[in-house]
Design a protein around this ligand. Sequence first.
Ligand SMILES: Cc1ncc(C[n+]2csc(CCOP(=O)(O)OP(=O)(O)O)c2C)c(N)n1
Ligand code: SF4
Length: 289
Amino acid sequence: MALDIYKINPEFRDIMPQEIIDLEEKATWSVKMDKPRGIKELPDTKELLEEHSLCAGCPEAAALRYVLSALPKPEDTIIVNSTGCTSLMFPHIALHTVHSLFGNQNAVASGIKRVLDWRFPDIEKDVVVLAGDGATVDIGLDYTLQSFFRQENITTICFDNEVYANTGGQESGATAKGQVFKMAPMGKKFDKVPMWELATTSGCHYSVNMTASAPKAVARAVREAILIAREIGPTFLNIYTPCILEIGLSANEGLGEMKDQDKDRFASYKHVSPEAEEFLKKCKEEGRI
Ligand SMILES: Cc1ncc(C[n+]2csc(CCOP(=O)(O)OP(=O)(O)O)c2C)c(N)n1
Ligand code: SF4
């Protein structure tokens, strides 16, 4: 099967922007590649996300680049998104994405995955949900947990910036206790909801809590989560991607904030079910991760 992302209709080739021609000719998923690309190739290969309209230095943008570089089969991946800062990047991604109504992302992803399995029984199609903490831990929490209970074969990634950033700074279930935001001036009264633990208790076979400070670690978790979701069942990644704007940091301070939190509130949490553990062992032997 061809690994190309784009094939330009020859009749329109002469009016295509150079960017699109480059993507077709240099996309490293093309059949010409002897092995699938990964995080190491990021600096000198054509990217799936090259530009975006997020704040300069927003850790969400860096994290999305790591996620995209780790997809085992981008050309057969559908990313389901929800409204939020993340959705500002989606029009710029060179692969299939679906924008769902705020909070509905896991219900929409479940439907898409089931239809794809029925329509393309011989092709592995990966469905990945990617949404903010407002969409995942607050408004979409029920849909998210229900998709875990039903054991849907999807990977859910929460870009946890601990705030409703896109609407100007309201507290969410993922906000830490005491945190004050522009539109939450009294400070959060309750503890942060540990979504990664809820994911484990709700049936996820792989649940990780981490920051986006280390590209390789993010890429590894993404790949493992997607492979497990294909074969075993739902998987979840909670990735801390601080909203530098809302916590008053400048463009170059996001990485430092994540590194600090690596030792503190986001000290890594990893749950792998026995079935998933067994499966990962097999994947390693086969060189898939
Ligand atoms: C159905 C619906 N309800 C509410 C909104 C308003 N809305 C847009 S973005 C957003 C907040 C997104 O927050 P989060 O999911 O944490 O993502 P972030 O912007 O922080 O990345 C909300 C409530 C909407 N667009 N649609
Ligand atoms: S508002 Fe916050 S989360 Fe949104 S793009 Fe800016 S820094 Fe990133």
